[in-house]
Write a protein that binds this ligand. Sequence first.
Ligand SMILES: [Fe+2]
Length: 203
Amino acid sequence: MRTSAALAEAIGGWDPLLDDRQVVEAIRTSTRELSMLDRSTIEHQWRTAELAGGIGARMGLNARQLRLLATAAALHDVGKLLIPAHLLHRPGPLTAEEYGLIRDHSAYGEEWLASAGVTEPIPSIVRAHHERWDGKGYPDGLSGEQIPIEARALCIADALDAMASQRPYHRGRTMDEVHSILMSESGRAFDPAAVDAVFSFWT
Ligand SMILES: [Fe+2]
């Protein structure tokens, strides 16, 4: 299993995911289990890890933070393993209760990783990947710099990949659409520094 050249470059040529036995095991186990449940999540996690590494580097994260970020990104949706499978593939609208269960995947991810022996702060970063800069995210309603910086980079990388990809419930967005969403969500959903880091790719 290899991280991409872009990610390896962002972290100074050091592949973070092959360094920690518990992380390697967690990636193996989750990949095996997710491949039976939702293959697209595995690919999404790897693309998100690549994006997050580049964004995090441009936000000024140090080598240790980039290692944590890349690792958390490669595992960030593992909590989906604890959600009823039929909800993950449902194209239509969800009830409030079903939506709540899907939202719980970030907290479930923390639980799954902790029980797999993955050390902190990786489980906490995964827990916080749907927090919003304005405090309206979940599961804890953290805001601004209360949110770990790695989770702020992961959040925008996750959203970028989701916006660019075709999903059962929406088509992939154009670059112009992505640009205007990021502009309007800077300081709302996303850390403005993370949005600036993404724009620095494009200018
Ligand atoms: Fe997520």
